[in-house]
Structures are given as structure tokens and as C-alpha cells.
Design a protein around this ligand. Structure first.
Ligand SMILES: C[S@@+](CC[C@H](N)C(=O)[O-])C[C@H]1O[C@@H](n2cnc3c(N)ncnc32)[C@H](O)[C@@H]1O
Length: 357
């Protein structure tokens, strides 16, 4: 007879497993709060009764009350002794202030994955062939643009570009900027808006993302931001770009080595490449110090690795595969002589500056 498992260990392990189910449920409640305007109704309002929150959001009080209690149980808002609910300043920075907070996180809570998308993930394990970002659909593209948007909109022109040698002066005078893997166009439109003398060209093989980027540029009335439905390797040699951005996309590419070679050929001799990629060390045990590591593997299996294996011969680096040493190897092999790592206190990402000379 096999011995029965230790009851305490069993209890503890069951608890660990159920915390992930709790995460799934709370994630859905966060998505509902976002979609229904509940965080916005609470933002800056001080303590409110459930009736007051429901009135502000134009919703049914009984459902709102249950949602509020669930949020308080998850410690996402405060419940006062008198039964009123409050979204504190810190909580609002993460859950409500989309325009002004670098920590705004609601873009990551998309309300789950469709059964069709889950079927495609199952199939990828059988075939070894992943799905592209385009195949992940419009909700994924919109969520990504919202998830990475705060850093692109709020830190790019104020903190990140000024740290690069001579780049802001060139942008002010009028430069050619290429945004590779531009997604929904937040970064490209931010630069086009901040530097009207420059022109920004975004490249992405997802037509869904390119349509979104074009709409964003049109809504902002920009005529110096254009978008091309193409992969990085299709970037024309001789573009003579002064600045090429590669934000959160090299690890998603089947062939980041070929992408970097194309970027090298498209860069002006004194141009700059700015790469943003996921913070990782290349060592699983060291990466484990990140308490959210399992979530990054989740992003990898369901999204980044999918895209990186979407073509035969894809390198399949996955979310965590472009750690600094590997990045330097690839950048150097593509013909860049200078490689500098920048630290901008971005919890999820590292930044690298590459130049030809
Ligand atoms: C995680 S998203 C990042 C989007 C955007 N740069 C941002 O920061 O929000 C990765 C993007 O890389 C794009 N991508 C995937 N393979 C690519 C390739 N071979 N060349 C260019 N872009 C690619 C995807 O379509 C997707 O829009």
C-alpha cells in the first residue's frame, strides 16, 4: 500500500493551487470593474456606500455591492468600519489613473481567453508551431497597447530618450524614427506628437495592430506618423533611420537575429537603436527571485513563445529568453560596435542602446 500523503503538506499544496483559481476569479472581477467604470466611479471620491458607487456608475446596487465586497476581500480597495468603500490614492494609481500613472495595470486584465484561442494553444503543443499576434485577435492587441502604454506615453520622452546620447537634439531638429514591432502605435504616436519636425514609421506584421496604430495617429491629427504592415526583416536597407525603437518585441520574433541585421542595414551611420526587452537573467533559479515569475511563463506559453515559434526555424526565445548577455551577443553579431544597458526602474523591462560605431 502506498503511504498516504502528509496531511499538512497536502493542505498547503491544495492552498497553493487554489490561490491560482482565486487569481482567475479576481482577474475577471478586475476586468468587470474596468469595463463597467467601477474603478473610475470610486477614483478620488473618498468613502462611498454601495448605493453611491452604483449611482455614480449607473449600475444595479446588488451586483455592485457583491463586487465591492469581493474587491475588499482581495484587498484591492478599503472597506471602512461603517461599511463604506474607498479606493485609496495608491490603489487608484494602479486601477484607475490611466492617463497619469506609470503603474496603471488594467490593460493586462482582458477577461480571459476565448475557447478558440485555447484550442490554438493546445494545437501548438502538438505541432510545435505557434500562433502570431495577429491570430491572437483584436482584444489581445488592444490590451497590449494599454498594458505597455503608460511607460510609452509617460516615461519615453521625459526619462528614456533624454538618457540617450544626442538623440533628443536630433528629434527636435527633425529625424527619421522607425518603430519596429510597433503594435497599436502608442510609442510611435507619442514620439510624433512630441517631436513634430521628425517623422515616425511603425512596422508590424499584425494588420490588426497596424489598423489600430493608424486610427490612433488619425485621432491625434498626426501626419508625421505612418504605419507599414510588415515584419522587421522587411525594413528597407538604406532607410538611414536616426533612431530605431524595438520595444518589447525582439523576443517575440521568430528570427531576432535577422531582424537586428535588417535594422543595422536601415540605420544611419550615426543612428541609435533603442531596445526594450523583458528583465530576466538567463538563469531559472535567479529569475525565481521575481515573485511574479510564473506569470511571465504564462505570457510566454500563451503569447510570446507562440509568436516566436510561428514560423519554421523560429528561435523560440520566449518571454524570458533575451537576457542581457544573449541580447549583447545578438546585437554584436548583427554588426553593432557599441552596446549599453540602461536602467530606468521599469520593474518588467531592461533597456539597451546600440550603435554602429
Ligand atoms: C508585445 S507586442 C509589443 C508592441 C509594442 N512595441 C508595445 O510596446 O506595446 C509585440 C509586437 O511584436 C510584433 N512582432 C512579432 N513578430 C514580429 C516581426 N517578425 N517583426 C516585427 N514585429 C513583430 C507583434 O505583432 C506585436 O505587435
Amino acid at each position: 500500500m502506498p503511504s498516504a500523503p502528509d496531511p499538512d503538506a497536502l493542505k498547503q499544496f491544495s492552498f497553493t493551487v487554489w490561490t491560482y483559481k482565486m487569481g482567475e476569479q479576481v482577474s475577471l472581477l478586475i476586468h468587470l470593474g474596468d469595463r463597467l467604470g467601477l474603478y473610475r466611479a470610486l477614483h478620488g471620491a473618498g468613502p462611498l456606500t454601495s448605493h453611491e458607487v452604483a449611482d455614480r456608475a449607473g449600475l444595479d446596487e446588488r451586483f455592485v455591492r457583491e463586487w465591492l465586497l469581493g474587491q475588499a476581500a482581495a484587498r484591492l480597495l478599503e472597506r471602512h468600519d461603517d461599511g463604506r468603500f474607498e479606493l485609496t490614492e495608491v490603489q487608484a494609481a494602479v486601477l484607475a489613473d490611466e492617463e497619469g500613472s506609470l503603474s496603471f495595470s488594467l490593460g493586462a486584465f482582458r477577461g480571459g481567453t476565448s475557447p478558440e484561442a485555447i484550442d490554438a494553444l493546445v494545437e501548438s503543443f502538438r505541432t510545435g508551431r505557434g500562433i502570431t499576434y495577429e491570430q491572437q485577435g483584436p482584444a489581445a492587441a488592444a490590451g497590449l497597447a494599454r498594458m505597455t502604454g503608460p511607460w510609452s506615453r509617460l516615461a519615453l520622452t521625459s526619462v528614456i530618450l533624454p538618457a540617450l546620447d544626442g538623440v533628443v537634439a536630433k528629434l527636435e531638429a527633425g529625424a527619421t524614427v522607425v518603430d519596429i514591432g510597433c503594435g497599436g502605435g502608442v510609442t510611435a504616436t507619442t514620439i510624433a506628437q512630441a517631436f513634430p519636425n521628425s517623422r515616425c514609421i511603425g512596422y508590424d506584421p499584425s494588420s490588426i495592430a497596424i489598423d489600430m496604430a493608424r486610427e490612433r495617429a488619425a485621432a491625434a491629427g498626426l501626419d508625421n506618423a505612418t504605419f507599414v504592415d510588415a515584419t522587421a526583416v522587411e525594413l528597407p536597407a538604406g532607410t538611414a533611420a536616426d533612431l530605431v525603437l524595438c520595444f518589447d518585441c525582439l523576443h517575440d520574433m521568430p528570427r531576432p537575429d535577422q531582424a537586428l541585421a535588417a535594422i543595422r542595414s536601415a540605420l544611419a551611420d550615426d543612428g541609435t537603436v533603442l531596445i526594450k526587452d523583458i528583465r530576466s537573467t538567463g538563469d531559472f533559479e535567479r529569475d525565481r527571485r521575481n515573485p511574479l515569475l510564473a506569470m511571465f511563463y504564462g505570457f510566454s506559453v500563451t503569447s510570446c513563445l507562440q509568436s516566436a515559434c510561428s514560423e519554421p526555424g523560429g528561435m523560440g526565445l520566449g518571454t524570458l529568453g533575451l537576457y542581457p548577455e544573449r541580447m549583447e551577443e545578438l546585437v554584436t553579431a548583427a554588426g553593432f560596435a557599441s552596446f549599453t544597458r540602461h536602467e530606468f526602474e521599469d520593474a518588467a523591462n531592461l533597456y539597451y542602446e546600440a550603435r554602429i560605431a
